[in-house]
Structure formats: C-alpha cells, structure tokens
Design a protein. Structure first.
Length: 401
C-alpha cells in the first residue's frame, strides 16, 4: 500500500525518469488529495511549475470523437471557452440553431452540457467541428434526476452560467450570450470533463459550498448526505495544474507526455499498491511458477514453464542494457528475498523498495495480462497479415557487382 508522499514521488520518478517531475506529481497529489484532479498544461516560460486553481470535474466525456483537438492525448482542449448548460435534451435543430449562430459570432470555443444531445443538433456540431467552422464539444450531464439538477446548478455557479430550463421560462430558442458561462480552460476525454478557472467568483462558489453544507446538516437521509458530500468535495477540491516548461516545443511535448505517464503511474500505485521494480518481483514469481509446474505433466507443465521463462525477461533485458549478463543477474535476483533485486542506476543489488525503485502493482499486473492476451491471440490465429519485404533496388548501373 502507498501511504507517503515520498512513495508517490518515487513511483512518478521511475515512470518519468525525472526526479523533479516525481516531486511535482507528489506535491500535486498532496494538495488536491489522491482522488483530486491533476491536469498538465504548457508553461509560458522554460520553467515548470505547480498551481492549484478553482475547478471542477465529472465523469462524462465527449459524445463524438470528432470533437478531439489533440490527437496525441485524445483530448478536446478548449481555451478561453464558453459554457452552455441545458437542463433537458437538445433534439430540435430549429431550437438549437439560433444559439449556435451566437457561438459562431463570438469566435470562441464552446462546451455544451445537456441531459442529452442527439439527432440533427449533434450531427450539426460534428460537421462544423470537422470543417472547423466552430470548436465545440458536446457532453451529457452526469447523474440522474435531482442529483443531475443539483450538479448542473453547481456548474452554473462555477462557470457563471445560467441554466437553460423551460420550467423557469428560459428557452433554448430565445436565449442570447447572457446565459453563457466561461472558463479559462476545459479538457474533455472520452471518459471525463475538467473545467479549470471558471468565471464564477470565489465568493459565489463559497456561498454555494455553504448552501451544500447546510443541506448536509439538515438531511436525515444517509444517501442524500453522501451525495451532497460528494458535490461539496468536487466544489472544494480544486484542480492541480502542472505547467510544463522547456526550451523547445519538442522538449515541452516530450516532457508533457512524461508528466502524464507519471500521474497515471502514481494513481495506479495509490489504487493497488507497489512492488519492487526492475522486473525483480516477476523473477521471484517465476521461481514460484517453476515449483508450481511440478504439479503438472506434459503440455500443461510446458505451458507453466513457458510463462515462468517469459516473466524473467524484463529483468534480463534491464541487465543486458546495463552492460551485464542478463542470465547471471536473473539468477542472482531469484536467490534474493522479496523486495530485493538489481538497481540498474547504481549497478548494485539491494532492497529496491527502500531505494525507491518501485512499480505500481496495477501496471505490472496489466503488462502480464496484456502480454498473455497477445500470445493467446497469436497462438489461436490461423492466418496473419504481414508487410511483404521490398526487393532491394538495383544499383544505378542496372546490375550488381
């Protein structure tokens, strides 16, 4: 189990190969909590920095992949964006067009959150996004019933928007720019949406928090209390923004990817704990498998031993790439206690967990499961498609010597 900020920093450092990034990710998780929202942006300078800002996130992503603006990260990123909140479904194009025209006039990107967006309105947004006539992202509002209604009202406060709701006389086909909220940056993936630096003032957001605290104090229902506490946490948690700087754009992009990897590794470590890194845990599991193989005969025994041989390969290649004999290093790791192994950075054997050479259990587990899945697919595939090697070109004289 990962308990300390130091352990999180170690995991992030191993993942990113950068101690500064490791410390920054651990600091970000300290500030917003292990379940908090962490985002990565480009810095305006060559220095990297960490800020905690007002923000809110929820578990709903874009309704179409055509809204993606960053192909590398598979995200839709909207800077200086408008926010349109609609209480019910958007399914009528005549009702939707007037407000869409106002978005185009403004020249700003827009995030549209509604109970659902379907049919012609969604098609219109997709077509215009492909043509780049406007930058828009459509997202379904999270939750159901009263919970959805309350969360939409929270979003309205955070972004300083007015919820379009016919029940209170605010109709989609009649509204103008006055109902739009805004935010400095919005990132949307296929699974979630993060709104950073909404236009709502600190006082307005704090008043909303106080209102939710009163709801928590006055409710008799444990379910209602739990859901209200979730809303309060979302409004109070903030968003940690890691701004990545470097001298060139290529370095910035490469470093951003390393930071994102480090964040994912740190989250995985918090969820399922860590084991000794460098492939050492897999070597020790392979030893257990060799003993387990003795319970079988024939093909089954061969299969178990094949898995055992595969599990030592990460440690083998780490040693080979460090200039040592991989087989010798693997046999030495196999003799050591759990948690111990070979540290390729110091070229020494020792307690890897104490030295900060650790991997998330989740990452190692998924690596083995995915490798087994690929192996199974290759073994059961009756045909495969390969790239035919090109014939070597003849020399300029038309013949070879």
């Amino acid at each position: 189990e990962v308990a300390s900020s130091t352990e999180i920093a170690n995991v992030a450092t191993v993942s990113s190969r950068d101690a500064v990034v490791g410390e920054m990710v651990a600091g970000a998780m300290d500030k917003v909590g292990k379940d908090g929202v962490l985002t990565v942006e480009e810095s305006q300078s060559i220095e990297s920095s960490l800020d905690v800002t007002e923000g809110i996130s929820f578990d709903k992503g874009f309704l179409s992949p055509y809204f993606i603006t960053d192909v590398d990260t598979q995200q839709a990123v909207l800077d200086d964006a408008q926010v349109l909140l609609v209480r019910n479904k958007i399914s009528s194009l005549p009702d939707f067009l007037p407000v869409l025209e106002k978005v185009v006039e403004s020249g700003k990107p827009v995030l549209i959150i509604a109970e659902d967006i379907e049919g012609e309105p969604l098609q219109t947004l997709v077509v215009n996004s492909i043509r780049k006539t406007l930058r828009a992202v459509a997202v379904k509002a999270p939750y159901f019933g009263e919970r959805r209604k309350a969360f939409m009202d929270d979003l309205a406060v955070v972004t300083s928007a007015t919820v379009v709701d016919p029940e209170v006389g605010v109709n989609l086909n009649e509204v103008g720019p006055e109902v739009f909220g805004s935010a400095r940056r919005i990132t949307v993936t296929k699974d979630d949406t993060v709104i950073v630096d909404g236009a709502g003032t600190h006082d307005e957001v704090e008043a909303r928090r106080e209102q939710i605290r009163r709801e928590i104090a006055n409710t008799d229902s444990s379910w209602d209390r739990e859901k209200a506490e979730e809303r309060l946490a979302k409004l109070s948690g903030g968003v940690a923004v890691i701004r990545v700087g470097a001298p060139t754009e290529t370095e910035v992009n490469e470093r951003k990817l390393r930071v994102e990897d480090a964040i994912n590794a740190a989250r995985a470590a918090v969820q399922e704990g860590v084991i000794a890194g460098g492939g050492s845990a897999l070597v020790q599991i392979a030893e257990e498998l060799k003993a387990y193989a003795e319970e079988f005969t024939g093909e089954q025994r061969t299969g178990v031993l094949a898995v055992a041989r595969s599990l030592v390969k990460p440690a083998y290649w780490i040693a080979q790439n460090a200039g040592l004999d991989g087989a010798v290093v693997v046999s030495k790791i196999a003799e050591r206690a759990n948690g111990e192994g070979f540290n390729a950075a110091t070229m020494e054997y020792g307690n890897l967990i104490e030295q900060g050479i650790i991997d998330p259990v989740k990452v190692t587990h998924n690596a083995v499961v995915n490798a087994a899945s690929v192996a199974r697919m290759i073994l059961t595939t009756e045909a495969s498609v390969v790239t035919k090697p090109e014939a070597p070109e003849a020399s300029a004289h038309g013949h070879h010597h």
